[in-house]
Design a protein around this ligand. Sequence first.
Ligand code: NG1
Ligand code: ZN
Length: 553
Amino acid sequence: MSGIRGHLPKEQIEAYSELHPKARHLLFSYGTAGFRTLGVVLDSVLFRVGILAALRSKKLDGKTIGVMITASHNPEDDNGVKLVDPRGEMLEVAWEQHASTLANAPNEEFLDALENFIRTTRIDLSKPARVVYARDTRPTGESLVKALEDGLKAIGAEGRDAGITTTPILHYLVKAINTKGTKEEYGEDSEDGYFQKMSEAFRKLVSGRPRIQPLIIDCANGVGAPIAKKLSQYLGETLPFALYNADTATPGALNNNCGADYVKTTQRPPPSLIGVLQQGQRACSLDGDADRLMYYFIDERGYFTLLDGDKIATLVAAFIVDLVKLAGLAESIKVGVVQTAYANGSSTKYLSERLPVRCVPTGVKHLHHAAEQFNVGVYFEANGHGTVLFSPSTLEKLETHEPSTPAQSTALKHLNNLTQLINQTVGDALSDVLLVEVVLAHKAYSAIEWNSLYSDLPNRLVKVHVPNRNAFKTEDAERRLVTPYGLQAKIDDLCKRYDGGRSFVRPSGTEDVVRVYAEAVLRSQADELAYRVAGMVYDEAGGEAIRRPKEFM
Ligand code: NG1
Ligand code: ZN
């Protein structure tokens, strides 16, 4: 095996690999959400991901790599798998292609592909390999974990099973394991450590404030349910939870008529909460792996009102900016916000008038990296996935800064507690719940007051099935189409005819569809603009617009 350092247990890999044959007709691709498709066809992928994760660990000198088995907000029958890098971040982009190549090699070519990969990536096989993994509550999860474990055994990696838990907890564990005993120690590397860290920071942040009313949480019938239940025990009376859609046993219940994606895309409350939600009462929905969060309430006219990722970003960013000023650090700590093109135009306007805002392409990795460029980077997708990042130098400044007044000292304490409360590895619905509740408590805001910071422009998101979504190429953070040639000019013309009209088209990174987004000052106009642009996409690419209401047919 020329050019390879260390030993590859070929026979062992071959023997295990026979238990996980790759079907010839299937083609897998590691995209924004990792590998994601029907759970029952993922066996061979999980086996190979086990090997890949071990190799990634070896490449990074034995640092622990995370593997999360979930399909998030997708239907229950779907499943997926994502790798987590040592600092708790998404897998390095260059490895996404390697992951796809290995997943797609037929069994008889797998060893060759593996050796080739090891050689070109210069992996030293004599290094140790450590992998920590977890899954959500999906029924296919259990057997997929076994396939992953076979991959780890085949290559001789050390595996740690974190059980059934949320995606953000797995990210937390990866970072906690890899920073253990270092200056940047992130927390105790256990679920208990995660709950302790967050709940302690929360208690400190709300101490002395009026009692918080119970929060209704729709758990999407997913892993958020048992985890929120545990968190609730740590929080006690400081923040009572009323958990709904917490049924993880009934087949088909996961994400069905509930969860963050349901409320965002339908712009309706989960049917199970109708009659439960009282006017003005705040409630929220998690998604299937608890990394997305949507708040909402019924307003005084009885209308359902969403407080989405943009509203969360606005609330949180404004709060942090105030604290930084109060702490006397406004000159040295700059707060910025990162959004995608899906951010409501009103939120972008509101934020841009107050602090730097960047727009990046869809996908957490883009948001996360852009947020790292700020001293404090707040990033949220409109769909409710987001968090706040404090740069290493900012963390140090917060720890060492000498306040000159009692007011500065209090603000500084709050900021330091926020760095403990917020899961800085990835969007985390439960950590975000606590963050939102802290801000509401400090500002003495109800959901209504929070919502009144700015008014959302009515918007509509539709999907169009096209024969080839790759024909749609974009630029300017996905806000403009480069191809099909001429289509963007037509969209521009159409938008001009609507008051506050904005629309853009991009190929989905997770589904075989093209997405069309539109917003306008009036609801009817936003809908009309969306379906007219969808119609243009359809005409251009020979597609089929779905979710098309009758009036636009
Ligand atoms: P795609 O399918 O590329 O639009 C969707 C979400 C993203 C992100 C990814 C990963 C929308 C419009 N798109 O991506 O924001 O969350 O899934 O799960 O919400
Ligand atoms: Zn999710």
